[in-house]
Write a protein that binds this ligand. Structure first.
Ligand SMILES: CC(C)(COP(=O)(O)OP(=O)(O)OC[C@H]1O[C@@H](n2cnc3c(N)ncnc32)[C@H](O)[C@@H]1OP(=O)(O)O)[C@@H](O)C(=O)NCCC(=O)NCCS
Length: 335
């Protein structure tokens, strides 16, 4: 049976750096609080003048992944785009990438699984490759959070955490049995949907809320997060789903050469690392520079890990995510 391998990686983040001190000028917060709770020092927020958007950033990351895979845009035969912050309510940004890359009328699928979106997309791509349906799948995670955050003291529990950016990979088939994606695991628990959510706009009340009411006290258009609750579930589910992938393939935590957890919060990553007995060199974190970029966080981190030479031929790579939905997932990849 064919396996899928990651043949190329790429990422793009906006130039505009927003430090914790910059945030403290917009709201009642401070560098010490943010670093102690989240590990974040700065994040990138789109400068609207640049024209960056989830699809535009996704296309930039895609061009780098395509080049690194040694193919051209015309070789891409399917697009999967994961985001919670699409350029438009509909259509999703997958079709915009098809247009921006100037490629033929291939299929473009949009994935709406928030922080787990990249892993949900990877799992779908893996199945298409296994069945021989496609040979060069472009998988993108990209987010514009800054355009929709409550940047006042009222929203500080959420807005200090999130950043903008995009990451992309090219997945190709390999006949090397022990290489590539070894296993994928996906979960959801919809009873906690409202613990980390943005409720408006939604089809139940978007017109009346957005146009008729214009209520300045209405926070339903900003993301809501029950931070403590999310934290407790994240640390449990991350560990469970990593163990699930290890058990499915007969591996131990010590076999992992590199774990790239979704960059939710440095404290969450450090907690998982400690509980699983992993050394510092076994875990990759870059949330300090970018904040939480949701569906983009794993592919941005993966692209940087590749650039930094953190992955060697034959290494065992683990990717794991948890987020809004709740949804969570994992994969093990033999590099
Ligand atoms: C969001 C998070 C950092 C908040 O940390 P916390 O220790 O739970 O903090 P709390 O929300 O209990 O707030 C503690 C205090 O800090 C205040 N506070 C909240 N945000 C603040 C900010 N940005 N700056 C300064 N103070 C802040 C609160 O108002 C509260 O004050 P009070 O004690 O006077 O009421 C933490 O809950 C977390 O990381 N959760 C997981 C989030 C996550 O990973 N989300 C993504 C999943 S994909």
């Amino acid at each position: 049976m064919l396996h899928s391998r990651i043949a190329g990686t790429g990422h793009y983040v906006p130039d505009n750096v927003v430090t914790n001190d910059d945030l403290s000028k917009m709201m009642d917060t401070n560098d010490a609080w943010i670093q102690e709770r989240t590990g974040i020092r700065e994040r990138r927020w789109i400068d609207p003048k640049t024209g960056d958007s989830p699809s535009v950033m996704g296309t930039k990351a895609a061009r780098m992944a395509i080049e690194n895979a040694g193919i051209t845009a015309d070789d891409v035969d399917f697009i999967i785009f994961a985001t919670l912050s699409p350029d438009m309510y509909f259509p999703g940004p997958g079709v915009q990438v098809q247009d921006q890359l100037g490629i033929k009328e291939i299929g473009a699928l949009d994935v709406r699984n928030q922080c787990s979106g990249f892993l949900y997309g990877l799992s779908v791509a893996d199945k298409f490759i296994q069945t021989g349906t496609y040979k060069n799948i472009l998988l993108i995670g990209s987010e514009n959070h800054s355009g929709g955050l409550d940047k006042t003291t009222r929203g500080r529990g959420v807005s200090v955490i999130f950043g903008d950016g995009a990451g992309a990979v090219i997945l190709q088939p390999t006949e090397e049995k022990d290489k590539g994606v070894l296993t994928t695991h996906l979960h959801s628990e919809g009873k906690y949907a409202k613990e980390l959510a943005l409720e408006g706009p939604n089809t139940g009340h978007w017109v009346d809320k957005m146009i008729a009411e214009q209520d300045p006290e209405d926070t339903s258009y900003y993301p809501y997060m029950n931070g403590n609750f999310v934290f407790k579930h994240a640390v449990t589910r991350f560990q469970e789903v990593i163990h699930e992938a290890l058990e499915a393939t007969g591996h131990q935590p010590s076999d992992i050469n590199l774990l790239i957890p979704h960059q939710a919060n440095l404290r969450i990553s450090q907690y998982i690392q400690a509980k699983m007995g992993l050394a510092d060199e076994q875990v990759f974190n870059n949330i300090q520079k970018y904040g939480n970029t949701t569906a983009a966080s794993i592919p941005i981190a993966l692209s940087e890990a590749v650039q930094e030479g953190r992955l060697k031929n034959g290494d065992l790579l683990c990717l794991a995510a948890f987020g809004s939905g709740f949804t969570w997932g994992s994969t093990l990849i033999r590099w």
